[in-house]
Design a protein around this ligand. Sequence first.
Ligand code: RB5
Length: 156
Amino acid sequence: MKIALASDHGGFELKEALKKHLVEDRKIEVLDLGTYSTESVDYPPYGHSCARAVVSGRADLGIVCCGTGIGISISANKIKGARCALVHSDFMAEMTKRHNDANMLAFGGRTTTPEEAIRWTDIWLDTPFDGGRHQRRIDLIEPEEIIEAVGEHWDK
Ligand code: RB5
């Protein structure tokens, strides 16, 4: 199991705390795609590169962090195949695995403590995907596939 991590400056410290937990406590291999300091950087390339690592198979899962988790999760979700969930509770951490099979999590370094991010990451990692009807719904997420499936009925 390998988890890709990426953040901007606003999420840097949270990324570092998650990296320490994953490597030291859970013995999980980590692919750290930066950023590597609190110097200001733009978040989109970090969201994209983490999502690309996940959908290409270079990593199994990904976690991205920015100030709020919003910008970097929006960016990650632009990559086809990424299902990046911004999580703010135990319930969301559990349900985004059970129902969405989220392959990425997003956290905000200015909204979420390291202890919360670690707890929600552990819940996500330790929860199974429920499959069944939830797999069908996941298969409907990509808009190109929906357009193809409904064809000329798209606007009706
Ligand atoms: C950077 O100041 C901040 O905008 C960024 O970390 C993130 O919160 C954007 O959504």
